[in-house]
Design a protein around this ligand. Structure first.
Ligand code: ADP
Ligand code: ADP
Length: 245
């Protein structure tokens, strides 16, 4: 049972090069990338900076147009969906970002930040939305009373908990985690990874987990794919890749 499949994704950028920047070079940021993610599991995408990980994430979410390839999300052809179908599908795909501070609006109370998805998609009335936010705050290890506070009143780890609450409030099927613990202290990283694991089991979530950190892969992933210069150079279960001779 696959929640996400990508077949033969290709994305080329043109970059200005040469001393005066007048020449143009083409860069294959994604060069025939395919992947499969089983429902309820975690696929880690690993690779050095510049290997194409964020192009992959943005391409999969249709935040960036791809040159070619196919994306199947929950049995539907995601790249050819019309606006309305896309809007509906987007409800089921959420992202958790590396730097929760940069992605949390400093002028919004965290209750409003977490409720945003419910408001945008018109889920429930104001009272139900408030109850869901309180419930979600407790699920991620914060307190319901924290709801009127602002992001700067929280530590880095707590802010990532807020980012996770915001991503999960709509009970998405797929969560794309883009370096979600890279900006945190090592001790806090472990707590956030544990929280993500607990929520995965509880809510049946599927994670596409982007990271450059191989230690993180061990803690969170079931399957792993390694990218280099836009290509997948290795792919398999975490045990197979780590126990390879
Ligand atoms: P173009 O019009 O050249 O196809 P864009 O208008 O999208 O490209 O971007 C302008 C230029 O900025 C690109 O050609 C590229 O050199 C540079 N650029 C933008 N983002 C990046 C990036 N993430 N990595 C490297 N270069 C980038
Ligand atoms: P990663 O997330 O693994 O660091 P990226 O997907 O950001 O990799 O980048 C893959 C390649 O594409 C790099 O060579 C990068 O410089 C290039 N690139 C990314 N975005 C752009 C852009 N907007 N314009 C031009 N080149 C880009």
């Amino acid at each position: 049972d696959l929640i996400l499949q990508a077949h033969h994704l290709v994305k080329t950028y043109s970059q200005h090069s040469g001393t005066l920047g007048l020449q143009k070079t083409r860069i294959r940021a994604l060069d025939d990338v395919s992947l499969q993610l089983k429902r309820g599991t975690t696929l880690a995408v690993v690779g050095e900076s510049g290997s194409g990980k964020s192009t992959l994430a943005r391409g999969l979410m249709r935040l960036l147009p791809l040159d070619s390839g196919q994306v199947i999300f929950d049995q539907q052809d995601f790249l050819s969906m019309d606006k309305q179908a896309l809007r509906h599908a987007r409800k089921h795909i959420q992202m958790v970002f590396q730097d929760p501070f940069a992605s949390l609006n400093p002028r919004m109370r965290i209750g409003e930040i977490i409720a945003e998805g419910l408001v945008i998609h018109g889920v429930g009335n104001a009272r139900q939305q408030r109850d869901q936010v309180m419930h979600m705050l407790e699920k991620v290890g914060l307190k319901a009373e924290d709801s009127p506070k602002f992001p700067h009143q929280f530590s880095g780890g707590q802010r990532q908990r807020i980012g996770i609450a915001r991503a999960l409030i709509l009970q998405p099927k797929l969560v794309i985690c883009d370096e979600p613990v890279s900006a945190l202290d090592v001790s806090v990283q472990a707590q956030i990874l544990l929280l993500l694991k607990q929520l995965q089991t509880e809510m049946g979530l599927s994670y596409l987990f982007i990271t450059h950190d191989l230690r993180v892969v061990r803690h969170i992933a079931d399957e792993v794919m390694v990218m280099q210069k836009g290509k997948v150079i290795e792919q398999g279960s975490v045990e197979n890749i780590y126990n390879a001779p």
